[in-house]
Design a binder for this molecule. Structure first.
Ligand code: NAD
Length: 376
């Protein structure tokens, strides 16, 4: 007999995802002989009924029972009153916001729970199948472009009509990681003229392979010195002067999607108010870095504002707007995580394993992650 896995309904407002879908619950029942206990209604917003779960072998039950499972699988951290009911033989896995909200980690440690944070899955190839952040990044990048296209008072594609020709929209995507590359691909498919920018010059090729241009920021220099270290200095200066150097590219864009992040740090400021002011009236900025403060100086995280006749959106949870596929992808990363650490029917802590050691936030009454320890 494998572990029991509990799936509570999510309680955060606007959260529409569910940690396990019926198909993934069935996979865990088959692969590791798990019993899956799902709170009635937990899959409702992702369009999975209680009957769907039962048809795939899961049991529908009360929140009380779900919270007693060996492994509690969540999308977002459980609220305090639920955490109070957990005890030391239990494992909790999900986006636990350990860096943004270290109090949650502190509380989970007090409860004696073994907590694994999906945000902390290391970027190594063996962990790719557990990389929930990347899976959600793609959804966010896609959705951000659709939102922008919907709000923009102009077409994305080039149109030739009897009433004349319409030029394609200019879309600039800043930060060409997982979300940014998906945003570029989506904007291209909609027919826009797309440019990508990233502080890592190595992504130029990836951006160009999607048919977009790559913005390379240059400093005006008098001589072409090639001394050792000079290139690095130049790069540092570019980084410092990014907002100013990016301004003409922003001004020429109808849509700017920003995704620039440095994990665990406030998002870098790339769009100054002066740059917004220079954009054509009606233009749209979608700031995917909003949860970390935003890449635009005017972003109001969680809200859409209009400034200088430009709409600036600061969405906090775009994947939840596509709950079916977001849940499907998330559930697969969750299942991969559970399967990886179940040995002889039990979920087993293994600090010799890079993935376990990297993701584990609390174990046996203590915060075990150094970074989070320093924040508490
Ligand atoms: P992220 O969300 O942390 O950052 C998004 C992008 O913003 C990154 O490309 C980053 O370089 C860029 N950025 C940061 N500061 C910037 C600034 N000041 N100006 C412009 N851009 C800035 O990163 P991500 O999207 O999660 O992933 C980044 C990279 O890691 C990607 O290339 C991805 O393919 C790779 N990755 C590898 C693995 C793995 O090997 N398992 C897993 C996930 C991602």
């Amino acid at each position: 007999m494998g572990p029991s896995i509990g799936v509570p309904a999510e309680t955060a407002s606007e959260e529409r995802r569910v940690a396990l879908t019926p198909a993934v619950a069935e996979r865990l029942i088959e692969e590791i002989d798990a019993s899956v206990h799902v709170e009635s209604g937990a899959g409702r917003h992702a369009h999975h009924t209680d009957e769907d779960y039962e048809a795939h072998g899961a049991q529908i039950t009360s929140r009380d029972e779900v919270l007693q499972a060996d492994v509690v699988a969540v999308v977002q951290a459980l609220p305090k009153q639920d955490r109070n009911r957990l005890s030391d033989n239990q494992v909790v896995i999900g986006f636990l916001s350990p860096l943004d909200d270290p109090e949650i980690a502190h509380h989970l440690a007090e409860q004696g729970v073994t907590a694994l944070a999906m945000e902390l899955v290391p970027r190594i190839s063996r962990a790719q199948k557990m990389d929930a952040l990347s899976a959600m990044g793609s959804l966010g990048g896609y959705r951000a472009v659709l939102r922008a296209a919907h709000e923009l008072p102009r077409f994305f594609p080039l149109l030739t009509t009897a009433a004349g020709t319409i030029e394609p929209a200019n879309v600039l995507v800043m930060g060409a990681g997982v979300a940014g590359l998906q945003a570029i691909a989506t904007a291209k498919r909609l027919g826009a003229r797309v440019a990508g920018y990233d502080i890592r010059p190595a992504v130029k090729e990836e951006v160009e392979s999607l048919g977009a241009g790559f913005v390379e920021l240059q400093l005006e220099t008098d001589d072409a010195e090639t001394e050792e270290g000079y290139a690095e200095e130049l790069q540092e200066e570019i980084q410092e002067r990014q907002p100013e150097l990016l301004q003409p590219y922003i001004a020429a864009s109808d849509v700017v999607v920003t995704t620039a992040l440095i994990p665990g740090r406030p998002a870098p400021m790339l769009i100054r108010e002066e740059a917004v002011e220079e954009m054509a009236p009606g233009s749209v900025i979608v700031d995917l870095a909003a949860p970390n403060g935003g890449n635009c100086a005017l972003t109001n995280p969680g809200a859409t504002i209009t400034a200088h006749d430009v709409q600036i959106m600061g969405p906090l949870n775009l994947p939840a707007e596509m709950p079916e596929h977001a849940s499907q992808l998330y559930a697969r990363t969750m299942a991969a995580m559970v399967e990886e650490f179940v040995e002889e029917g039990r979920f087993t802590a293994n600090f010799d394993d890079d993935i376990f050691a990297g993701t584990c936030v609390t174990h046996e009454g203590a915060i075990v992650n150094d970074r989070i320890k320093s924040l508490v």
